[in-house]
Ligand binder design. Structure first.
Ligand SMILES: [Ca+2]
Ligand SMILES: [Ca+2]
Length: 222
């Protein structure tokens, strides 16, 4: 699987990579054909704080599948950057294939949430397929070993049904989630504190928005 895929949208990879990869997409995000890429985010950092750098790549890609629920994929991958651009692939995640739900508009944030010198990755994407519906979900990964990341949390990252025709008026809602970095860092690896900004609840617009915080106990250090 090390060489670049010469043809796009072929199903030939499906048989040799198993069910966790949508047809036509290589396991390594670096091998996604240029014409299938919608967005690409690339960085080099030391994920686990051992002095060796890792490359991190997030690709939102077209899969070539007709089913809208499987038409896009969000791929996250890490590789050994000490080996250059073609360094060994350490880990990859294919969100739609591995969660069985739609995934588009992927975003990532790499940061040290608890101040222990190791990076965490906040990976988020949209699962909504209807125009006017935002349904974002997120996962937070830690990297005690870059080959074996640990998912410490997953959950809603934002929802907006204000413009969604299929949501009844009295059930429309809008919120966005972010991390309260100061409070999270103060928890020293034992919790993540979220801050949710609500602009509509049960069809009632909130102006100014209502901000709520939520502390979730997680183990960021092992
Ligand atoms: Ca490292
Ligand atoms: Ca950390």
């Amino acid at each position: 699987m090390g060489s670049r895929t010469p043809a796009i949208f072929t199903a030939m990879l499906l048989g040799c990579t198993g069910l966790s990869v949508l047809a036509g997409l290589p396991r390594d995000p670096r091998d996604v054909p240029r014409v299938a890429e919608l967005t690409v985010t690339r960085t080099v950092t030391d994920l686990d704080g051992d002095g060796r750098r890792e490359g991190v790549l997030l690709v939102v890609a077209l899969t070539g599948e007709k089913d809208p629920a499987r038409a896009t994929e969000v791929l996250l991958g890490t590789w050994d950057a000490e080996g250059g651009e073609k360094g060994e692939l350490l880990w990859s995640r294919h969100v739609a294939a591995e969660t069985g739900q739609p995934a588009h508009d992927g975003e990532m944030e790499i940061l040290d949430l608890d101040g222990d010198g190791r990076q965490e990755i906040v990976l988020s994407w949209d699962r909504g397929l209807r125009r006017g519906l935002v349904d974002r979900w997120a996962e937070i990964w830690t990297f005690p070993d870059p080959r074996r990341p640990v998912k410490v949390w997953e959950g809603p990252w934002g929802r907006d049904t204000r413009l969604d025709r299929e949501t009844p008026a009295d059930r429309k809602e809008s919120f966005e989630r972010e991390i309260d970095y100061g409070a999270t860092r103060a928890a020293r690896g034992r919790a993540i504190v979220f801050r949710d900004t609500w602009r509509m609840i049960a069809g009632k617009a909130l102006d100014p928005p209502r901000v709520t915080t939520k502390r979730v106990d997680v183990l960021l250090r092992r």
